[in-house]
Design a protein around this ligand. Sequence first.
Ligand code: E4P
Length: 217
Amino acid sequence: MKFFIDTANLEQIKEAQALGILDGVTTNPSLMAKEGITGETNIINHYKEICELVEGDVSAEVISTDFDGMVKEGEALAALNPQIVVKLPMIKDGVKACKYFSSKGIKTNVTLVFSAGQALLAAKAGATYVSPFIGRLDDISTDGMNLIEEIRLIYDNYGFETEILAASVRHTMHIINCAKLGADVMTGPLSAIEGLLKHPLTDSGLAKFLADYQKGN
Ligand code: E4P
């Protein structure tokens, strides 16, 4: 399972990278705004900085909602660095743009996916990644994990190569459950990734080992 970090915060990206388990980064316009990154030039420069920090894929989202605009924006983003994955919304023109980019060998991430039908369309359009938003489904009392399970089944039935990128991951149990269900990738905040480290028996066990070592010295 690949681990992506879902942030535009360079310090957090560096921290996850330093842990040695990071496979990529996802961003979105809200995450950029949260870091105060506004305006086309600053956003472009920020993507370049992120690409320098990590070795894997970096999802950069288009703002346009029409086919021509998405193609223009996506081509400019993809030209920044081979690590860039063009992130496209799951709307009619987004599907068309996904097909356009996949036929040109440009990586894509179809985002804002909330149903198996949407995921099927993304795969048919040749998406590199499909991003089902599990946390936002949970927010409206719908089990996000069911969606991961459905997409896994459908993709396996037909051998679709589109990778299931579980998005809107909020906590460690989301990561564990996605791993159980066979999601190819998860993207989440640093807190969810670091949460995997924690267990009270690890802490108490280590404290005891160190105390016993001190006794013998
Ligand atoms: C995915 O690519 C999105 O950036 C993200 O996972 C959305 O997460 P949220 O629902 O916590 O905003």
